[in-house]
Design a binder for this molecule. Structure first.
Ligand code: SAM
Length: 262
């Protein structure tokens, strides 16, 4: 029987009974038709990954009875993606793929040319949870409410380095820029800034460039859509600075996420 892998809020430890939410119980019981005793994998972003079994608690409720730890909690790269919200399908895609690419925070930004200002944060968080379950992450990225760019920059966290993707030719190629970083820069917290479909305006680009330790970079000779640019930049950063430097351990051969298949 393939394993279902679930993100839960509860603390995880041997003998713990972790409550499952309504959607998880419905999926396990009525879609996957899992019986009591069915094996599960659970993670909560703090305690690593644990194996457990499904146990009913009345007609509609169920818990995961936690048995043993399968993976220790690992530290993950502290990388934010600051991007202008996109139309529904595209922003859902960015949330899912950026989660697979190991992003720590998704920060939608409102800029002069942003076309979409309202973001359904709850839906993006659900996308991120499902992607984290599937991609074998041990955490789920934080999805924040949209913030006006000027406000975000005005309160920029000290020490967080900023990689601005500037299609107006304002910087060296991303690979060259990241390859030249010293160890202190590589181990610092980072953020990537991607403009909207209409690009950052001149005033925004100069505000971005005033952030301490900012790097403006190019993503090649073609103009990429904002979603393409976001994921390409994140992949480059992971490959040259982040955790794609670690070996890829093959983890669980066959399991299904709580809402989909692997
Ligand atoms: N100004 C662009 C145009 O002329 O169509 C529109 C912006 S582009 C669709 C959206 C964002 O993706 C840009 O603001 C930038 O952050 C990033 N981007 C796209 N292509 C890029 C490139 N070749 N180099 C660096 N950043 C790029």
């Amino acid at each position: 029987m393939s394993l279902s892998r679930l993100f839960v809020d509860a603390g995880l430890g041997a003998g713990v009974e972790a409550p499952l939410d309504e959607a998880q119980v419905h999926y396990l019981r009525h879609v996957m038709r899992r019986p009591d005793g069915a094996p599960l994998l659970l993670f909560n972003g703090r305690d690593g990954e644990w194996r457990g079994t499904l146990e009913s608690r009345g007609k509609k409720a169920a818990v995961a009875h936690i048995a043993e730890q399968t993976r220790e909690q690992l530290s993950e790269p502290d990388i934010w993606l600051c991007f202008a919200p996109l139309k529904r399908a595209r922003i859902d895609y960015v949330a899912e793929k950026a989660t697979e690419l190991g992003v720590a925070v998704l920060q939608p930004i409102v800029t002069h040319h942003t076309i979409v200002e309202r973001v359904n944060v709850e839906r993006l968080r659900a996308n991120a949870i499902e992607a984290a379950e599937q991609t074998e992450r041990l955490s789920v990225p934080e999805v924040r409410a949209p913030m006006e760019l000027g406000r975000l920059l005005g309160d920029w966290p000290t020490g967080r380095r900023l990689l601005v993707c500037d299609e107006t030719g304002g910087g060296p190629p991303i690979a060259q820029a990241l390859a030249s970083l010293d160890e202190a820069a590589r181990s610092a917290p980072w953020a990537i800034a991607i403009g909207p479909e209409g690009g950052f305006d001149a005033a925004e680009l100069s505000s971005l460039r005033r952030i301490k330790d900012v790097m403006a970079v190019g993503l090649g000779p073609r103009i990429l859509r904002a979603d393409t640019a976001a994921l390409a930049a994140l992949a480059c950063w992971q490959a040259l600075v982040g955790d794609w430097q670690r070996p890829t351990p093959r983890l669980h051969a066959d399991y299904r996420t709580s809402r989909g298949t692997v």
